[in-house]
Design a binder for this molecule. Structure first.
Ligand SMILES: [Fe+2]
Length: 138
């Protein structure tokens, strides 16, 4: 399984958001490490819970930024966030019921996050940069 690394082609050039994306990828990596080391359900669920909390915090920050700049793609973007959050909640429920977190699922989390940052996030990133000339971006 390829664990994610932040790199420049993910940059939105919004410093606070880029920092959050690095942290988000770090939590996914921590989850991948816990699964690969077969840490056990309690520790894996604990890391997953940290990831879920961080995703909430980060998505809320992005959504506030989009609303503050009247980004026209807000509703579609939020739907993508809601989908990912519901998948994470399903995983949490599964682990609580004794299911194991598979490599396939980890690959999904990595792929979704990287595709979202490189695609969907770039759209609001360039919109915010274009509408915030001279304004404080973070
Ligand atoms: Fe996003």
């Amino acid at each position: 399984m390829a664990l994610p690394e932040w790199n420049e082609n993910m940059a939105l050039h919004l410093p606070a958001i880029d920092t959050q994306h690095k942290q988000l990828l770090a939590w996914i990596k921590a989850l991948g490490d816990a699964v690969q080391k077969e840490e056990g359900a309690r520790i894996i669920d604990d890391v997953l819970q940290h990831l879920i909390n961080y995703v909430h915090e980060h998505f809320s920050a992005e959504e506030r930024l989009m609303l503050a700049h009247n980004f026209p793609g807000f509703a579609d973007h939020r739907r993508e966030h809601d989908f990912f959050v519901s998948r994470l909640k399903d995983l949490h429920t599964g682990i609580t019921c004794g299911e194991e977190l598979s490599v396939k699922t980890l690959d999904f989390l990595v792929d979704w996050t990287i595709t979202h940052i490189r695609g969907t996030d770039q759209k609001y990133g360039s919109f915010v940069r274009a509408t915030a000339v001279g304004a404080k971006l973070d």
